[in-house]
Design a protein around this ligand. Structure first.
Ligand SMILES: [Zn+2]
Length: 248
């Protein structure tokens, strides 16, 4: 994996100030050098900056609050989670790699906590929209549900589409473990075209994960998830999706 692939999912945590100083420095220096992550950070800052005005006096939905607290607690544990065990051990030929690897190993838990927090805040925004419709806000945030079938019949996901920012958050739960050397891959499927790969991930030990999709959903009809070879997934799905839903 490149630095970009390792660090992209931590940009949200960095924007939210959820990294310790050493980790924040690792992400900051990557963002400085990477136009893609800089753009993601700028869009997330706009979202985060707009939130406090909306979420004041709201009560978070209990399930999300529980999961944010659990993710925050997990992020304080010094050891890495099984979900990221595939990071290679540093080679003794590259002793300098040791500190960097140990920093990165601890990033995902922080990232999960921060992205879950972001999802919580966005959930509040969507909740506000539901109770007091405001056409301008409704046009900026949309929510869709994915549901599992067959072997993934217990799995679900909520998609939060931040239309004006070209970002989507997908809150997965109830996923079975993908298997040794396997990952889940997220696809966007247009009405009459080929699936586009947008993210690969491994759920935590509870089968949960919040995935940031750095792409506008406009123009796509369906979001689907398949089980693919790790660590990078496939260019086209190798199986019929068992977790999917309409996003149009
Ligand atoms: Zn990057």
């Amino acid at each position: 994996m490149s630095d970009h692939e390792e660090l992209e999912s931590s940009v949200a945590a960095w924007v939210l100030g959820a990294l310790d100083p050493k980790e924040a420095e690792t992400v900051r220096s990557h963002v400085d050098a990477c136009p893609t992550c800089r753009d993601t950070a700028e869009r997330l800052r706009r979202v985060v900056g707009a939130l406090p005005l909306v979420v004041e006096d709201s009560t978070p939905p209990p399930r999300l609050r529980e999961r944010v607290l659990a993710a925050a607690a997990a992020s304080r544990r010094p050891s890495g989670s099984p979900a990221i065990a595939r990071i290679p051990r540093p080679s003794r030929h590259h002793p300098a790699a040791q500190p960097r690897v140990s920093v990165i190993r601890r990033l995902p838990a922080y990232a999960i906590a921060a992205v879950a927090l972001l999802a919580l805040l966005i959930g509040l925004v969507v909740g506000e929209v539901t109770h007091a419709p405001q056409p301008s806000t409704t046009n900026q945030v949309a929510r869709f549900e994915l549901s599992g079938h067959q072997g993934m019949s217990g799995a679900q996901a909520s998609v939060i589409d931040l239309k004006s920012d070209g970002l989507a958050l997908v809150d997965f739960r109830g996923l079975p473990q993908p298997g040794s050397g396997r990952v889940y891959e997220v696809w966007l499927i247009p009405g009459g075209g080929n699936p586009v790969p947008v993210a690969v991930f491994v759920p935590d030990s509870n089968g949960a994960k919040v995935v940031l999709v750095d792409r506008a959903l406009a123009g796509y009809a369906v979001m689907a998830v398949t089980n693919e070879p790790g660590p990078d997934g496939s260019q086209a799905p190798t199986q019929q999706p068992q977790l999917f839903g309409s996003i149009a």
